[in-house]
Write a new protein. Structure first.
Ligand SMILES: Cc1cc2nc3c(=O)[nH]c(=O)nc-3n(C[C@H](O)[C@H](O)[C@H](O)COP(=O)(O)OP(=O)(O)OC[C@H]3O[C@@H](n4cnc5c(N)ncnc54)[C@H](O)[C@@H]3O)c2cc1C
Length: 391
């Protein structure tokens, strides 16, 4: 019998497996796809996420980014850069494969190509039925993404409500110099052209990730918006991005900042399975890593105390709340305000560059959303004056 089975080997699952194995637990991680596997994602990993990974293989870093160029709906734009790196651009297939291998190196048993089909909870163990086998463990961590089987089979969540969004993304080969010409050096691009979300271009070594996300339950004609976005960008940059698209990937994205059930007897949910995603930016890798790390710590305590009750595992909810989920609620307040008053928000960051730079420090992880919201409140007379004066 394993101490813990982890369903899903994305960032949340691999970090949970690695940390749990490191603290001496018998760990089995089950991943339904075969590594290296594709995951629809921009692949942007912020500095705060890198700090959790600690010592990423340099070969995984396709580009570094120090700032962003922001495009208004009429395509007027401005850019800002910090002196320190904000994020690195990766290919998720490579990053996730590397993280899973690292978990294996630290002692976790990793089975890829093996999907969790069912989870049965008994008085003294969890029985996990997969496409290949049956396993028993003392508890299970559901790191199996937005369509989590563990969430459903444990009865924690049968379906998402109004708290889910959608993204479309394509990876377009341009060659190294083509990427430089398209996006420039050390920047990512954000296009505020949607209702509640944005378009992006993230530069990789020799291709770009171009996509559009809507972080709202009612998703409008996203396919139409994506086509218009790609066409407009192709014309404005005079680069045929549209004609080079081979396939468009779509994927659901949970909207974070809500109080949700994320645990039960012998079960914890992490990452996308728990709905831990920044509701403004759509960043989920950091929250997947952070919740995976916390889940491993709580699992180690549960094994030591031989207590896997919902009551004991409440510690996981409390630690998530303290370490990032309270802040995701501040992020939701910020997202509600900015997407509710998008024109005002864009004018404010256009006129008040200090506001824009402070947001980049927030994305990097130097300040929390809670601190950023307070900073904005203190700054508001200056921002307002700049809005009125026009400078
Ligand atoms: C288009 C798009 C762009 C994004 N861009 C970014 C970005 O640039 N930066 C960022 O930080 N976040 C981004 N996100 C969010 C980010 O991709 C997710 O938040 C993150 O991947 C969550 O990690 P996870 O480990 O919880 O889940 P996932 O990465 O989804 O991993 C879940 C794993 O579980 C496996 N699995 C599923 N079901 C089973 C099963 N039954 N049995 C076994 N295994 C199973 C899957 O194969 C998968 O490998 C983006 C999301 C989208 C949709």
């Amino acid at each position: 019998m394993y101490d813990v089975i982890i369903a899903g080997g994305g960032p949340a699952g691999s970090i949970a497996a690695e940390r749990a194995a490191r603290s001496g637990l018998d760990v089995l991680m089950l991943e339904k796809a075969v590594y290296p596997r594709h995951k629809t994602c921009g692949g942007g990993v912020t500095q705060k996420a890198l700090d959790i990974i600690g010592g990423i293989d340099k070969g995984l870093i396709e580009r570094e980014t120090f700032g962003a160029r922001i495009f208004l709906p009429d395509y007027r734009n401005f850019a800002g850069m910090l002196e320190t790196r904000v994020a690195v651009m990766t290919r998720r297939a490579n990053l996730d494969h590397w993280l899973a291998n690292r978990a294996g190196d630290r002692g976790a048993v990793v089975h890829d190509g093996e999907a969790v089909k069912d989870v049965l909870f008994t008085e003294d163990c969890v029985e996990v039925v997969t496409s290949e086998n049956r396993y028993r463990s003392r508890m299970i961590i559901g790191s199996d993404g937005v369509n989590s089987t563990v969430a459903r089979r444990s009865g924690i969540r049968t379906r998402w409500g109004a708290d889910i969004g959608m993204c479309l993304e394509a990876e377009v080969e341009l060659g190294e110099t083509g990427v430089d010409e398209c996006v420039g050096d050390r920047l990512v691009e954000f296009y505020f052209i949607g209702d509640r979300g944005y378009g992006w271009i993230f530069p990789k070594r020799d291709h770009i990730s171009i996509g559009i996300g809507e972080f709202a339950p009612r998703v409008s004609d996203l396919k139409g918006s994506f086509s218009r976005f790609v066409r407009d960008v192709s014309i404005r940059k005079n680069i045929d991005i549209e004609g080079r698209i081979n396939g468009i990937n779509s994927y659901r994205i949970p909207v974070g900042g809500f109080d949700r059930r994320i645990h039960g007897d012998r079960v914890l949910l992490t990452g996308d399975a728990a709905g831990f995603v920044d509701p403004f930016l759509g960043e989920g890798i950091y929250y997947a890593l952070k919740s995976g790390e916390i889940a491993a710590g709580v699992a180690a305590c549960a094994v030591e105390s031989d207590d896997f009750s919902e009551r004991f595992l409440q510690e996981y909810v409390a630690r998530c709340e303290k370490e990032f989920n309270y802040d995701l609620k501040s992020a939701l307040k910020f997202a509600n305000f900015t997407y509710g008053h998008q024109n005002l928000f864009l004018k404010a960051i256009w006129r008040d560059k200090k506001l824009f730079m402070e947001y980049m420090r927030t994305a990097r992880g130097d300040v929390t959303y809670t601190e950023f919201n307070r900073w904005c409140a203190r700054r508001s007379p200056v921002t307002l004056a700049k809005l009125i004066i026009g400078r």
